[in-house]
Design a protein around this ligand. Structure first.
Ligand code: TD3
Ligand code: ZN
Length: 307
């Protein structure tokens, strides 16, 4: 089976009340770790790449990896452009067989975001490609740009309702208090659930949570044990994630958790086996570490067996 559209997997998820994991990848081992987990759990999966990932690896390589994974999978696999900031990248992704794109003009004035998104929806829907868009701004490192506390704004639910109706997007990402990266909360983790409820009732389409990594303390500890210096981390706790899914989140973006498990594992392998320089001996266990993390996430999302 080839890649399927985002719309197809998210409508089923919304109907049945679970969420589908959207995992960022930049290389083969990460992609294989994600796929091994999705296959084992028989869970639908969204593979996604940012513009930065495309710049790093080349879109041809990334698309070929995802297509190869989907071909023999027997589960629903989506290839999605995450945080597409430029129309050129959106078009490039569509040409390379991506089945879903995010038009992210959330840092632009509302009217500009609206018209850019409308344009992308018109083109993408002609070729059965789904579109995600965002209102509000998350704090943290978004791909390569740092968004500070002062610039971060939460979504306006009424505006979200109008935006979704006027653009015809398939999935909508409301900013409700998460942030990108490993340092999401200063005090007690909290998401604006009332705001999420209002967005859900005014949009009635599958919702997306960005900045949703859980940042497990044991993985950060492992990284630090083997030489990392990552302090003061905080992620979205599993119980809060489950509540958000009950209230309409159907796509959960996860990148930081995979970066942490990937690098913690490499550090551990190199630290434990200083004599080793066979890449397969180092990156084999790393692929397993990514798989374990993704299995964990799938469990929280409730998407096992839904592939
Ligand atoms: O869109 N993404 C992934 C790319 C952002 C840079 O990490 C997310 O919303 C995931 O955020 P995170 O940092 O919680 O995994
Ligand atoms: Zn994001």
């Amino acid at each position: 089976m080839g890649l399927v559209s985002l719309n197809r997997v998210l409508l089923k998820a919304k109907e049945q009340g679970y969420a589908v994991g959207a995992f960022n990848f930049v290389n083969m081992e990460a992609l294989q770790g994600i796929m091994d987990a999705a296959l084992e759990a028989h869970a639908p999966v969204i593979l996604q790449t940012t513009e930065g990932a495309i710049e790093y690896a080349g879109i041809g390589y990334l698309a070929a990896l995802a297509k190869t994974a989907a071909e023999t999978a027997g589960i629903d696999v989506v290839l999605h452009l995450d945080h597409g900031k430029h129309l050129e990248t959106v078009m490039l992704a569509i040409r390379h067989g991506y089945t879903s794109v995010m038009m992210d003009a959330s840092d632009k004035p509302y009217e500009e975001n609206l018209s850019a998104t409308k344009g992308v929806v018109r083109i993408a829907h002609m070729v059965d490609v789904s579109v995600e868009a965002e209102l509000g701004q998350l704090q943290g490192i978004e791909d390569k740009v740092k968004v500070g506390e002062a610039e971060a704004t939460l979504v306006d639910p009424d505006q979200a309702g109008t935006f979704v109706r006027e653009t015809g997007v398939d999935a909508f990402a409301p900013a409700i208090g998460t942030s990108h990266g490993a340092f999401k909360f200063k005090g007690t983790p909290r998401l604006d659930m009332e705001r999420l409820d209002r967005v859900a009732s005014l949009t009635r389409i599958p919702l997306v949570l960005h900045g949703a990594s859980s940042v497990p303390a044991d993985i950060v500890k492992k990284a630090n044990t083997y030489g990392a210096a990552i302090k003061g981390t905080a992620g979205v706790p599993d119980d809060i994630m489950k509540q958000a899914i009950k209230r309409g989140i159907c796509k959960v973006n996860t990148d930081t958790d995979l970066r942490l498990s990937f690098t913690a594992s490499i550090r551990e392998e190199l630290g434990k086996h200083p004599e080793e320089f066979d890449l397969r001996k180092i990156l084999g266990p790393t692929r397993q570490a990514v798989k374990a993390m993704v299995l964990n996430r799938i469990e929280v999302f409730g998407s096992a067996g839904k592939g």
